[in-house]
Design a protein around this ligand. Structure first.
Ligand SMILES: Nc1ncnc2c1ncn2[C@@H]1O[C@H](COP(=O)(O)OP(=O)(O)OP(=O)(O)O)[C@@H](O)[C@H]1O
Length: 255
């Protein structure tokens, strides 16, 4: 199996407290990796370190053959790393299609001047992005909503729209931070099916999720964080029976 992402002993502190502490992991091409752990374990921080929205205090990140830990987020996006943030918002007053088209800016080649002058290259690119955005909407089952305001979408479909926005950037690694949180059973099921479909297509994904059933169904492997440290890693079955994992969650309940 080829490694797509290698996290090498990465750490990040806030005000002297480590949110992520010496975390190392390797994610294989085509794998779906769940990242779980009690509240405040460092899951979102880890995702932000991978996407480049936070800089590590130390450690390395390799993506394919490249070191990426000093690259800004847009450069990582251009290399194919897309993130759907926890509780991400849509752009109000925009249609579903416009919301998705915004996601494609990560890979645009032509700059502001070309856009302002509406040069042919820019128009071609706009048409390409539009076609990709429609395809992404189709992929998540929202094609019929393309020209309707995103504001009126139910929460479950708003999440799908965020996935479509990420897909429009043609990612090779998709990071989903609690995509199912706050969704009702039917909406969770739709989202699970969407993730399953992407997995079947071979997209590499990392997923923060609290729902154990969701993780067991969707993840090839699970990494468990607690207080910033990686405390366990394995298949969903291995993790379920791991004493360190059980203790971490029991500790959370006791607190
Ligand atoms: N920008 C920040 N400034 C200060 N502290 C932060 C910041 N971001 C995260 N932290 C702290 O780092 C720790 C890890 O937070 P993080 O959000 O990564 O955890 P998490 O596992 O995603 O939690 P949750 O499941 O609650 O979303 C927490 O103690 C949090 O308070």
């Amino acid at each position: 199996m080829t490694t797509l992402l290698e996290v090498g002993s990465v750490g990040r502190a806030f005000g002297g407290v480590y949110a992520v502490r010496d975390v190392a992991m390797a994610v294989a091409e085509g794998e779906t990796r769940a990242v779980i752990g009690p509240n405040g374990a460092g899951k979102s921080t880890l995702f932000n370190l991978i996407s480049g929205h936070l800089a590590p205090d130390h450690g390395t990140l390799r993506y394919g053959t490249r070191r990426i830990d000093r690259l800004p987020p847009h450069a990582r996006a251009r290399l194919g790393i897309a993130i759907v943030f926890q509780g991400a918002r849509l752009f109000h007053g925009m249609t579903a299609l416009e919301n998705v088209m915004v996601g494609a800016h990560a890979r645009t080649r032509h700059g502001f001047l070309s856009a302002t002058l509406r040069l042919p290259a820019h128009r071609r690119e706009e048409a390409e992005i539009r076609a990709d955005a429609l395809a992404a909407l189709d992929r998540v089952g929202l094609r019929d909503w393309a020209h309707r305001s995103a504001d009126v979408l139910p929460l479950g479909q708003q999440r799908s729209l965020q996935v479509a926005r990420a897909l429009c950037a043609r990612p090779r690694l998709l990071l989903l931070d609690e995509p199912a949180s706050g969704l009702r059973a039917g909406e969770r099921e739709a989202l699970a099916q969407l993730v399953e479909g992407l997995r079947a297509e071979g997209l590499t994904m990392m997923l923060v999720e609290h729902d154990v059933a969701f993780v067991a169904r969707l993840a090839d492997r699970v990494s468990v964080l607690d207080l910033g440290r990686l405390i366990a890693e394995g298949t969903p079955e291995q993790i379920r029976d791991d004493p360190a994992v059980i203790a971490a969650y029991l500790g959370e309940e006791a607190a």
